[in-house]
Design a binder for this molecule. Sequence first.
Ligand code: GLN
Length: 439
Amino acid sequence: MPTTCSSAILRNFVSPFDATVVQLLQAAGAQVVGKSNCDEFGMGSLNTYSIYGPVVNPYQAPTSPESWAVRERRSAGGSSGGSAAAVAAGMCDIALATDTGGSIRLPASYCGVVGLKPSYGIVSRWGVVSYADSLDCVGVLARTAQDVKKAFDVLNVYDDKDPTASRPDVRRRASEAVQKSHWNAEDGLTGLRIGVPQEYFPAELLQSTLTPVRRMLENLASRGAAIIPVSLPSTRFALSAYYVISSAEASSNMARYDGIQFGSYVEPPAGTNKAKTSNVYAYTRAAGFGPEVQRRILLGTYALTADAFDNYFLQAQRVRKLVRADFNRVFSVPNVLFSTPSLPSDAGVHVLLHPSTIRTAPRLPLTANQTRCNNEDTLDAYVQDVLTVPASLAGLPAMSIPAGLGEDGWPVGVSIVGQWGCDDMVLEVGSLCAQLPGC
Ligand code: GLN
């Protein structure tokens, strides 16, 4: 099957080898039944930036009398909208996807399925097309947390072909730290300390999506979990920092699509001075990249210029450190990557819980090929990621699970976030939450 990244520039590209994650799943007996639509090179939040057109959210309430074909067309979320939609529509049991700033959790939330973004470096990226290397994670979508875990257990291995993969000794230290965390999934919710970060209820959050989140918190408390308000003060800077860092890395990654090394070559019009190398690239890139990818290349290249570097790129890196420090301050399990001190056994929280998104799935543009291009819509799409990017900047495991329906009858997701390396804990808590009434 071709590997197009939903981009015209790779329309005819067939990869010469399979990614490690595909090899692992096949070796474990999985059958690959297809590839899914996504935003071009993973850049987007609504899966509308694709040469194949937008992904329509297939969610349908079990009680809905309407046929799927006449339902209003809502976004499946992005960028991995195709993977979430395929799982939600029952076309497959699990789907792989990447999450750089929320691309698994956002579509999971909009489509009413489970989506796990593992800790950064835990699942191999060998053979996966890069968007922003310091943030990209491969993860899993499925209808149940159990199915996500089944696939994750196969993928959770060290791969020496991936230079960013966490080494076995680091993985071992992380699992030793988790064992000292004084919570055991066998005890159910008793003794589990769940932090609710107050900054994850921003002005943009639609109040109508809050009822399922509140109900889940009440259910958790009534079953023995301690619900603890916490503060992550740098959250409000995370979205801007994310878009600077991810665009800077993307601008570098996109440089390889020049029509010579990679990408379909587009002949410049007659009379163009081909002795000028940039002319040779320009026509290929103008024809091959869609509007959002072009915008990210411009934003990223600008952030890396000598004039803007200090004010944008360096500042964003500083914010990233602050975001990470916020998380390390609240988790009871230490971060083995940064040798943070352990908190006393009864201090700190095991996991955080917050709404995955600020709203339910937005309506799609009216015509199938209309993509959102004006500045207001672009910013609107960027804001969708406000609750998912902090865990990405810190490289933490995060899983969105369905929490019930919003007042408009569409799914609302809740995210469970854990300390780096606590992927199993996130899966266990997510699975307990998914069994609560109303989910
Ligand atoms: N919406 C975010 C972006 O466009 C996240 C995308 C992703 O996780 N791949 O960068």
